[in-house]
Design a protein around this ligand. Structure first.
Ligand code: HQG
Length: 182
């Protein structure tokens, strides 16, 4: 459990590491990483505060790793804006037969017509199960529809899938024929 202040810090970390690194005077490297020392200085937080948010974040949104140069870095595991040129460099992975996507009901007609598009992000984000998809959809609306995505069929047709470090499935787009309403 995070306190309200810690949730606020987590949101700020997402903003900087996914969408607007420049507001903290930072730049992400090609794979989205920032040296931890620079990140602590830019956000004016302690290592203890950072570690607590990384360890207790409800969706494990952040990853910490030591590079080949021995420098410890942090990045967001998924969710980056397209305006931030980040390549997560995740390997392609064979997806499960079906994945799910929760969205406000008001998007239903457009998605049935146009498919799922990444919009402002690098990828379409898919969930492993219906409960997770409901949580994602409810971020934006109380009236949520869940799509079932024929991920296995898509993969067989050559579509590439990746799985982020925190278990979110990513793909470029999902066309209408691979979607059905749950
Ligand atoms: C919708 C969160 C109309 C799409 C989550 C979604 C996820 C369309 C919205 C991650 C459409 C984009 C991403 C079309 C897509 N017509 N609406 N053709 N195609 N949409 O936030 O998947 O909490 O960019 O259904 O857990 O909601 O931030 O995508 O409603 O992993 O860590 O356009 O963000 O993670 O919204 O969420 P988003 P998302 P965090």
């Amino acid at each position: 459990e995070l306190t309200r202040d810690q949730v606020r810090l987590s949101r700020r970390m997402s903003l900087v590491l996914r969408h607007r690194p420049e507001v903290a005077g930072l730049t992400l490297d090609a794979n989205g990483w920032v040296p931890i020392a620079d990140f602590l200085a830019a956000l004016d937080i302690s290592r203890t505060e950072l570690d607590h948010v990384v360890a207790n974040n409800d969706k494990s949104r952040f990853a910490v790793a030591v590079g080949e140069d021995g420098v410890e870095r942090i990045r967001a595991s998924q969710g980056h804006s397209r305006r931030v040129p980040v390549d997560l460099d995740l390997p392609p992975v064979a997806p499960p037969a079906v994945l799910f996507h929760g969205t406000p009901r008001e998007n239903l007609d457009s998605i049935l017509r146009n498919g799922l598009r990444p919009r402002s992000r690098h990828h379409v984000h898919l969930s492993v199960d219906v409960p997770t998809a409901l949580v994602v959809g409810r971020r934006r609306s109380a009236e949520v529809v869940v799509f079932e995505v024929a991920a296995g069929v898509m993969a067989a047709a050559g579509h590439v899938f990746h799985r982020s470090a925190n278990g979110v499935w990513l793909t470029s787009e999902v066309t209408p024929e691979h979607l059905s309403v749950k």
